[in-house]
Each structure stands twice: as C-alpha cells, then as structure tokens.
Design a protein around this ligand. Sequence first.
Ligand SMILES: [Zn+2]
Length: 255
Amino acid sequence: MSEAPARGNDGTASTPDRGQLEAVLALQDLDVRLQQLRHRRDHLPEREAVAKVDADLSALRAEQAALEAERARLAGERDAFDGEAAAAGARVAAIEARLRSGAAGSFRDQEAMAAEIASLSRRRRELEDHELEVMEQLEPIELAFAALSARRSALDADREAAAAALSSAATAVAAELASAEAERPPLADALEADLRRTYDALAARLGGVAVARVVHGTCEGCRLSLSAAELDQLRHGGSGRLRCEQCGRILVALG
Ligand SMILES: [Zn+2]
C-alpha cells in the first residue's frame, strides 16, 4: 500500500483542504480517546482489587484447611483416648461386679482380679490424662479457627463489594467506549480516500498518532523544531502533505 507522498511536493497527491485537515485531526483525537478507553477497560484498578481479595481468600482457605486437618487429627486422638479409657472403665466395672457376686473362687483368683483392677484403673487415669492434654492442645486451635472464620466473613464481604465495584466500573467504561466507537464511522468516512489510507497506515505504525500539529515551529508529534525550509513548505501548501523529517508524521499547520 502506498502511503502517499513521502515529503515535499512531488505532485502525486492533492493537498488536503482545511476541512480535511480538521477532520483528520478530529479523527485522531477520537482514536487517541478510544485507545485510552480501551486501556482503561483492560487495566481497571477495580479488577486488581478483586484479584487482591481473591489472593487473600485463597491464602485464608489454605490456612483454614491446615488448621482443620490439625483439628481433625487431635479430635481423633482425643476420641481414641476416650474410647480406650471407657473400655478400661467398663472392664473394671465388670470385674468388680464379678467380685461382688462372689463368682470369683479362690483367694488367689480374687487377688489376681484386684491386681487387674488396680492396673486397669492406673491405665484409665493415664488415658484420661492424655485425653486432657489433647483437649488442651485443641483449645488454641479452636480459637484460631474462630478468628479465621471471622476474617473469612469479612473477606467474603470485601469480595462481594469489590466485585460489585468492578462490575459497575466495567459497565461505565464499556458504555463510554461504545459511544466513542459510534462516533468513528462518520468521522472516518468524511476523509478523502488518500488521506484516510495515509492516516490509517501511519497511525498503525506510530502508536496511533499519525498527524502532528505544528505549533511555534515545532512538530507536536516529536517536539522537535522544524527547519526553515520545512516551515516555508508548510506555508506554501504543504500542510497535510509534508511529513516531519524526525518522526514521519503528517504535519498540519492550521493558522
Ligand atoms: Zn515530528
């Protein structure tokens, strides 16, 4: 695709009139605004806020899961000690019942049963002590668990608020973008084919800014001063055709 005249008056393209220059500048202003809106849409701070809460929530869930595993482990230990202690207690009660019933025969048998009761009772007390120790270990875990649950509720609320803020920000920028996009076709269609082709090609190459106003002898695209010869050409029909020697943009002097 030809990009129209490189620079200077080579006689191959007509010089755009003032209306065309104003139209291409208006199109460029709109395109810059569209670019900014798309950038805003793609980098909403509200989206980062949601991601931040999500990260906090997932860290919290991991903490909760670890704590839950520890709680389950200790609860299992507690129940095992409790079960063994209860079994020892039941065994003692059974032996005592036998003793009371007189079913135990000899003195030797009775002595052996008394010894077993003593041993079982000792074992039962040990088991109950272990159970208490485990229950003491469970206490701070239950407290930490309650604290985590409270933090989780707060974070869930934060997540909901952040998601609502994101949704309304996204809706607002989408509406603004849609209305700016609707402005584009009539502006672009108003340009003559040559100028539009040149504009499109240059805008794609130069980050969306194809046309530079000349203000006080300076190209507004690259901020560099133009030569006396360039300024002279601009004054004599070069506006809209001449390209900046430094940045390649179409120079427009509207005085
Ligand atoms: Zn320039």
